[in-house]
Structure formats: structure tokens, C-alpha cells
Design a protein around this ligand. Structure first.
Ligand code: ADP
Ligand code: ADP
Length: 223
């Protein structure tokens, strides 16, 4: 579901200074595989996730997600891959949510706009909310949910289109241990029940230990 070949990324700031964030990265993620990306701050983890999300193009090499070479796609093509093949969960709970819409409306909206290509068919909105333990607050506005509830809702939104790949950037770092554990369990449940592949950037060894593979990034390279 992911194949990176010799991927490099160089940022150029306003003064023209170049920063090599990634160099020569080869990475393969199979359907249903849960991959942890670990490494020190500034190593390039977020850059790699951003490339996989099709938000930035690699400056060298190839990024293939769900069979699509992202570097070769038009903007429209990238939008399509993002809508059909990817779910994204960010560090800050609530970032990907519509704050004034109810939990139910958030998931329904995501489901209409995503139309996934992943294994299995569309899951009913209520079922999806139940599966992340939010059945009882389905009619509450997202902004009135607790941090942990918002992160679980973000996960339901990310999975609404049944994407083959879920990308998560420090999904538990702003949650307490018990709540983080719940969010991790829900991601693993998606892997087990839907065959969703997971790529999770994390500093938390408790999280990476529970995934299938751990890749360390040091100075822009896979160690
Ligand atoms: P990590 O997620 O592992 O902390 P990042 O991918 O955020 O690492 O950063 C990798 C390197 O790229 C760092 O040196 C960082 O300063 C640099 N970098 C990240 N984003 C930008 C940007 N938008 N412009 C310039 N340099 C950047
Ligand atoms: P987390 O998922 O962050 O651990 P919890 O689900 O434990 O959060 O929520 C903390 C408690 O606060 C729960 O009992 C939850 O039902 C309750 N709660 C959260 N938001 C509200 C609210 N707006 N009104 C009433 N109770 C709430």
C-alpha cells in the first residue's frame, strides 16, 4: 500500500537556504501492516508522513501510495488519492474536525466526501461511532467533547471512507496514558478488522512496541 523508492526531500526557505529533510529513503508498507516511525526531533518523520499524505511532493525519488505514483499526479489526482486512499490523524485532537457539527455529522460528512477504496464496504455512521465508543455522544458538538473523545472522533472520521492506509502523527502524545491506550487499541482494531495499514509517527515506545515494525529515522535516513 506504500512504496517509497530513494525518496528525498529538500526544503528551501525564503533566504534560499536548503535543508535536506530526507535522503534515500526506501520504505514498503504492506496492506494490514502497522508501522511505527521513530527517531529524534528534526529527523524527518513528519516530512515523510506529509509526503505519504500527498501534501508535499518529494524533491527526488518516488512515493507510491495505493498504486499511485504521487509525484506524477496532478493536484486533482492527489486530491483523489487523499479522498479515496488515506485517513489522517494528527497530534492535536480536534484539528481535523468540524467544531460546531455533531460527532455524527462529522463522520457522515467525511463518509460522503471520502468514498474509500479499502477492503470491505462503507460502515454505517452509527456503527462507526459505536466502534470508537462515542455512541452516547453522537449528537454532541465536536467542540464539546473531551480531548480523548475528540481524538476518537478524529479516528472515526479518518476511517469513515474505509481507506487502505491510515497515517497518524503523534496521535497519543496529547492524551493521558489510559486514553492514549484506547486510541492505540482502536487503530490496531482497524488493522485487524479492516486490514487498514497504519503508519504512526510516535515518540512513545509503548505505542511503537505494539505495532508490527519499527523504523528509525536519523538525520533524514532510515537507520
Ligand atoms: P521530525 O518530524 O522528525 O521532527 P521534520 O520532518 O519536521 O522532523 O523536519 C526534518 C528537517 O526538516 C528539520 O531539519 C526541520 O527543521 C526541517 N524542516 C521541516 N519543515 C520545514 C519547512 N517547512 N521549511 C524548512 N525546513 C523544514
Ligand atoms: P477521555 O476520552 O479524554 O478520557 P472521557 O471520555 O473520559 O474523556 O470524558 C471524561 C468524562 O467527562 C466522561 O465521563 C465524559 O462522559 C464526560 N464528559 C465529557 N464531555 C462532557 C460534556 N460536555 N458534558 C458532560 N459530560 C462530559
Amino acid at each position: 500500500v506504500v512504496r517509497c523508492e530513494q525518496v528525498g526531500h529538500v526544503y528551501r526557505d525564503d533566504s534560499g537556504t536548503e535543508v535536506t529533510a530526507l535522503a534515500g529513503v526506501d520504505l514498503e508498507v504492506r496492506p494490514g501492516e502497522a508501522v511505527a516511525l521513530v527517531g529524534p526531533s528534526g529527523a524527518g518523520k513528519s516530512t515523510l508522513l506529509t509526503l505519504l499524505a500527498g501534501l508535499v511532493r518529494p524533491t527526488s525519488g518516488r512515493v507510491v501510495v495505493a498504486g499511485q505514483d504521487l509525484g506524477a499526479l496532478s493536484e486533482r489526482g492527489l486530491l483523489r488519492v487523499r479522498a479515496t486512499s488515506l485517513g489522517v490523524v494528527l497530534q492535536t485532537p480536534g484539528r481535523n474536525l468540524l467544531p460546531y457539527a455533531t460527532a455524527q455529522a462529522n463522520v457522515a460528512f467525511a463518509q460522503r466526501s471520502q468514498r474509500g477504496t479499502g477492503p470491505g464496504g462503507a460502515t454505517e455512521v452509527g456503527t462507526l461511532l459505536e466502534s470508537v465508543g462515542l455512541g452516547a455522544v453522537a449528537h454532541r458538538a465536536a467542540r464539546h467533547l473531551s480531548g480523548g473523545q475528540q481524538q476518537r472522533l478524529a479516528l472515526a472520521v479518518a476511517l469513515a471512507g474505509n481507506p487502505p492506509l491510515l497515517l497518524a502523527d503523534e496521535p497519543t502524545s496529547q492524551l493521558d496514558r489510559a486514553t492514549g491506550e484506547i486510541v492505540l487499541e482502536l487503530m490496531l482494531q482497524a488493522r485487524d478488522e479492516r486490514g487498514t495499514a497504519l503508519v504512526v509517527v510516535t515518540h512513545d515506545h509503548e505505542v511503537s512496541r505494539r505495532l508490527d515494525v519499527e523504523h528509525t529515522i536519523l538525520d533524514g535516513r532510515l537507520a
